[in-house]
Every structure is written in C-alpha cells, then in structure tokens.
Design a protein around this ligand. Structure first.
Ligand SMILES: [Zn+2]
Length: 478
C-alpha cells in the first residue's frame, strides 16, 4: 500500500520544530518528504491539514503482551498512538522468546513488539519453587547461559523486578553477573528497582552500581518518588544520574504521567512481615493515608472494587490496617487470589521535573485492558495536560521523548524519526484538542483528538476507526 500524507505539521521526532510538509510512503518505508508531493497513480492520500504528523510512539515499559492472543487489535494501545510496545518488563518475559516471537507473527497483531529478557523468568527457570534464597554460583552460571540464549533470539537486554517474586530474593552480584552477559551482547539493563518509596535513592544507586560493574547502559523503569520521605527529591535523582554520567556511565529512565501507581497491596511495606501492624501503619502514613489506596481489583469480594481502604474500613467498622491484613490473608495465603490497588503516592512537582528531564522518556506501564488508566491514556495525557495545558515541555520535545529517544535507547535504528528510509510508523493527531479521558473509574475510555495511526506503512486507525489490519512486526536490537 502506497500513500501520500498531505499538508500536516511534520514533527520528525528529533526535537526539531515542526514544518508543514507532505510525506510519501511506499510499502513499509518512508520514501520522500517535501512540499507539494502529488500522489502517483495507485497512491492514496491522507489530508492532515491542521494536524501534527509524528513518528509512532515507542512504549519503553509495556504490559501489552498479556492477552494479545485474545485482543490482537491492541485497541487501547493503537488509540493512544503506540506503534511499538516493549514488553518483558519487571523481570517477567515470555520464555523462550523465540516461541513468543513466532506466536506473534502467527496471530498476527496490530503493533510492533520487542521484548526484554526477564531476570525473574530466567531465575524461576533455574531455581524452580526453591527461589526464596540467593542463587549458587552454578545456578548463576546456568542463568547466564539462558540470558545469552534469549539475547540471541532478539532480546533488548535484561529486565528485573526487584520488588517482586522471585527477583526480590536476588542480591546485586547476581544481577550484575546476568547484566554483564546482556551488555556484552549489546543489550541494556532496565529495572523496576527494589524500593520506589523511602529507599528510592538507594535503589537508584544499586542500578547505577549494576551498570558500572556489568558494563552496560541502564534505565530506571517508571521512575517515581512514592513516599513522603522522598517527595521533592527529583533534583537528587538528577545529581545521581549526572555523577554517573561523569564517570562514563549511561543512565536513563522512563515515566508514565500519573500520580498514582498500581500494584499489589503488599508493596506498601518493604518486608513480608504482614502480621506487623506498625509496618502497615508506617506504610499508609508515608503515602498520605488509607484514603490514597483504591482497591482496583479483588477476586474474593468484587463489591469492594473501586472503593478506598478508608471507605471499606468505614463501611465494615474496622480500622484500615485490619482491612488490609484481611485482604492480604485472602489473596496471599494458601490460596492465591487476585488483588490490586491504585495508590496515589507521587507528587506533581516530581512528575513535572521527570517529564522535563532530557534523558527521561515516556512509557505507559499499562496493559491492554488494565484497571489503571495509563493503559489507555498515557500519551494523549502527556500531549494534552503536560504539553498544551501546563507547558512543562514543548510539543517537539514531548514527541522526541516518545519516539527517537526510546528508539535510540532500545537499539531500534530504523524507527523513531520521520526521514526517508525509516519504517513508516506514523501518528496523526490534533495538537489543539488531543487529551486522555481514561480514569480509575473508566480506565479504558478512549482518548480524543488522535485520528490516524500507521504501522509499517499500513493504516491501523483511520479517521478514528480501527481498520482491522495487523501489520505488527517483531523487533530485535539492531
Ligand atoms: Zn514495574
């Protein structure tokens, strides 16, 4: 399929100012950019007058791989302009990647997928159920072999989730030993760090240590300062990053644009001592109290979903800590049941500082049908709230942080900018109206103002309607 996109404000992803131009696409590739390109016979035309035309967004921390078989259209992703989802995050990847990649091409899917190699996945493979301990030297050796295998299949690097099972039981030396393998093969290290609350800065130092000793670039996943002792300390984070840079290290981060995280309720405390009331009291106090904890899914009692712990406590005549301990007992005891919370624990001043930092790129941390609005609203929210309304960064810079910056970081050389020879992943939106509508009450609500999305030269969203085409490719580090 060949086409010409006419009269749009082309923002090419490099950070340069937008210019009104036309773009010619042949097959899956951008061929020509200029004024007054006229369509050749057989070429279709898209009129983009008054619209911004940008590279497709590259989501550096995605959970879109969950449920792709049932939802290969990935509608919530496409509708926010994502053309590449980078999965295998938080230490959790599909194994082996070669089978996963084959499956994606067989389905097929609307958007491009690339994956990290999950440390937790590899660890689970080698240690099995006996994972609540340090790994032995021979186990680490076996893990290194598996990391190398997955990197050869096209992994972008090593991911870890050190706040979760089984990553939480590994020490820094184990991560360094595996990161070294990924780094030697051209990969980076990306991590949901050990502690995003009081110990956030210590956790970032651990990541920098891993980058230094493992000799590879590193990225902090969905960077946040999520408890009162670290609120307002974005400047200290930047000093850590700058100091590392002076020592020749390459440290970056990604962020999703919301002041609330979603995870398991158990991450409110650092240890697994769930019977200790004082730990929960401290955890609740550090994020501003039980009113900031919203139960977003809860299998044992769906009636409670959508209510805060403060509301549930009031309804049931119990104190918040008792309510939490009952939830944990019913979801993390003998029988595991699903549970998740949305916790408002970040401050806007820190989010704005991170959004403005030149080495921090954007991500969603979202899934296809998640209960956090980031899965449907992240990029339109950045462009509406933080660019147009609050003017935290210019539009061109927001596009750079959604396109060429992540492409360079992830080693996707033929994407992330609009230039002749690049793959034709393109988004067309109205910069005057684009905004998110997803909320915690309606987390999959569609954004407004984003009209066309093209993946590998094929329209997947046209005039705000899904086309049903599935041109998504598997992307490997190049
Ligand atoms: Zn995470």
């Amino acid at each position: 399929m060949n086409m010409v996109i006419k009269n749009g404000l082309v923002i090419d992803g490099t950070g340069a100012r937008g210019r009104v131009s036309d773009i010619r696409i042949a097959g899956d590739t951008i061929r020509e950019i200029g004024r007054d390109l006229s369509p050749n016979p057989g070429e279709t035309t898209v009129d983009a007058k008054g619209m911004a035309v940008t590279p497709g967004f590259i989501d550096t921390h995605s959970h879109a791989s969950g449920g792709l078989i049932d939802n290969p259209d990935a509608e919530t992703q496409i509708r926010q302009g994502i053309t590449t989802s980078i999965v295998g995050q938080d230490g959790d990847s599909r194994f082996p990647l070669s089978d996963f990649f084959r499956e994606l091409l067989r389905i097929p899917v609307t958007l491009n997928i690339a994956s990290f190699v999950g440390h937790g996945t590899i660890r689970g493979h080698v240690l099995g159920d006996d994972y609540k301990r340090k790994a032995t030297a021979s186990e680490i050796q076996r893990m290194r072999v598996l990391v190398a295998q997955e990197m050869r299949s096209g992994g972008l690097g090593l991911s870890s989730g050190l706040e979760y099972d089984p990553g939480i039981y590994s020490d820094t030396a184990e991560i360094i030993a595996l990161a070294e393998v990924a780094g030697a093969m051209g990969g980076i290290y990306i991590s949901h760090v050990r502690d995003e609350e009081d110990g956030a800065l210590t956790s970032f130092r651990e990541l920098i240590d891993i980058a230094e000793k493992g000799r590879l670039p590193a990225q902090i996943s969905h960077i946040k300062l999520a408890s009162s002792p670290v609120w307002g300390k974005a400047g200290e984070v930047f000093r850590l990053m700058d100091d590392a840079r002076k020592r020749g290290l390459d440290i970056s981060a990604d962020i999703y644009p919301y002041p609330y995280w979603q995870s398991s309720i158990i991450v409110l405390i650092e240890t697994r001592e769930w019977d200790k009331r004082e730990l929960w009291e401290k955890g609740l106090a550090s994020i501003g109290g039980a009113k900031n904890v919203l139960l977003s899914s809860y299998e044992p009692d769906p009636e409670w979903v959508g209510k805060t712990i403060a509301e549930i406590a009031k309804m049931s005549g119990k104190d918040p800590v008792t309510v939490i301990q009952e939830i944990v007992a019913r979801t993390h005891g003998e029988k595991r049941a699903g549970e998740s919370v949305v916790v408002t624990a970040m401050q806007e001043r820190d989010i704005r500082a991170f959004i403005a930092h030149p080495r921090i790129m954007f991500c969603t941390d979202g899934g296809l049908r998640g209960s956090h609005p980031r899965g449907a609203g992240s990029y339109p929210r950045i462009l509406g709230k933080y660019v147009r309304e609050e003017r935290v960064i210019p539009l061109e810079e927001a596009i750079r942080k959604s396109t060429s910056l992540p492409a360079a970081r992830m080693g996707l050389r033929d994407r992330g900018t609009i230039a002749p020879g690049k793959k034709a992943d393109i988004v067309i939106f109205d910069p005057k109206t684009i905004h998110d509508t997803a909320t915690t009450k309606s987390p999959q609500s569609q954004p407004v103002g984003l009209l066309h999305v093209i993946v590998n030269g094929v329209p997947v969203l046209r005039d705000n309607k899904l086309t049903g085409e599935r041109p998504g490719a598997v992307l490997r580090r190049s």
